[in-house]
Design a protein around this ligand. Structure first.
Ligand code: SF4
Length: 365
């Protein structure tokens, strides 16, 4: 492809022109499209909307495991045999202490994740109380991931000042029954619509590498554009021995970067987060994710370990990007270096993802 092709990709995306499904599929699969000019075109769009900033998110598994659903990629599913630390909802004091820690560690956004199908009305009100307390105590953006929600529960959370609701679509409608049988793609879409109707920002993404064709990823990117998702976590399937779905399919570093670029062209203003699988699948090309994506997780993903914080901060600053935080990059890096855990390893040598320990999941206890 000549330079006109790459320039048109960036310019059309910046002008709000929706890329065709055919073009998006080409971005994912056509070897004639070279990675470096593609990344540069995606970076042009990213820079126009987000500059060189990187938003850092820290996840809190506020309730872990024991989920009655059967999502085949998830270590918390009833069908998973992965040996994770299971616990019911953490106390308010513990969640507040972890919010403080996340703020002091440079998090822009604090994401509380509750395993399960969805909250009862009483649980939704309890979550709303938590959101109020965190927002009163720290200048953090707060995101909640709590399963399926209707309008009533979405409103309870919105009234409490929740900034954003996470609920991933994960895969296309057509492929959904292959990865989960206890709820449907429509259930997930309705939750996102309820969030939107009640004034919440939506965070919704995907998991690539579950055996889906490239066209499925294009379909998800298109649906998220139509939905106006403000935030899109792009996950790459992590292999966990004991999950129903173990082996990632087709995830080379090159392909992962193409996926990120395609999502950037299709969703030019969205906060695109290079999420689970960043270390595992991008390997030596990990830093290149910052050119299409403007957001990362720190300290791993749900039950999977990620890179040590100091390494992630070093990567961001080495590449000349800016961490969005009340604290300077130098102080964040120094703090993270002072707390390096020597055995922090995102990947077991055997090729399976390393599972978080109780010390990772409950660091303030
Ligand atoms: S993805 Fe959510 S709903 Fe599905 S098994 Fe995991 S915790 Fe349960």
């Amino acid at each position: 492809m000549d330079s006109v092709f790459y320039a048109a990709l960036a310019n059309d995306s910046l002008a709000g022109v929706q890329p065709s499904a055919e073009l998006c599929e080409k971005i994912l699969t056509d070897p004639e499209i070279e990675l470096l000019p593609l990344l540069n075109a995606a970076y042009t769009v990213r820079k126009a909307h987000w500059g060189k900033t990187v938003q850092v998110h820290i996840l809190n598994n506020a309730a872990n495991g024991k989920c009655p659903e059967d999502c085949s990629y998830c270590t918390q599913a009833k069908t998973s045999d992965v040996d994770i630390e299971e616990y019911s909802m953490k106390s308010t004091d513990e969640i507040l202490a972890e919010a403080k820690r996340a703020y002091e560690n440079g998090a822009f956004r604090y994401c509380m994740v509750f395993s399960g199908r969805g909250p009862s009305k009483g649980r939704a009100e309890q979550l709303a109380g938590l959101v109020r307390q965190i927002k009163d105590a720290y200048p953090l953006e707060v995101c909640v991931s709590a399963g399926l929600l209707d309008d009533e529960k979405a409103k309870v959370l919105a009234d409490a000042g929740l900034d954003r609701l996470n609920h991933n679509l994960n895969t296309s409608e057509e492929h959904y029954a292959d990865i989960c049988t206890t709820h449907t793609y429509r259930d997930r879409l309705e939750t996102l619509r309820a969030a939107k109707r009640n004034g919440l920002e939506t965070c919704s993404g995907l998991i690539a590498g579950m055996g889906e064709p490239a066209s499925d990823l294009v379909e998800i990117a298109t649906t998220l554009r139509e939905l106006g998702a403000e935030s899109i976590p792009v996950n790459f399937l992590l292999p966990f021995e004991g999950n129903e779905l173990v082996e990632p399919v087709g995830l080379s570093p090159d392909y992962c970067l193409r996926v990120l670029c395609m999502f950037r062209f299709m969703n030019p203003t969205a906060e695109i987060r290079c999420s689970a699988g960043r270390e595992f699948h991008l390997r030596s090309l990990e830093v290149m994710a910052l050119y299409p994506a403007n957001s990362l997780f720190l300290e791993g993903y749900l039950n999977a370990k990620g890179a040590a914080s100091n390494r992630t901060y070093q990567m961001i600053t080495d590449a000349g990007f800016e961490i969005v935080s009340d604290f300077s990059a130098e102080s964040l890096l120094a703090e993270a270096q002072a707390h390096v855990v020597s055995n922090e390893q995102p990947v077991d040598i055997g090729g399976s993802s390393a599972v978080k320990t109780i010390a990772d999941l409950r660091p303030t206890q």
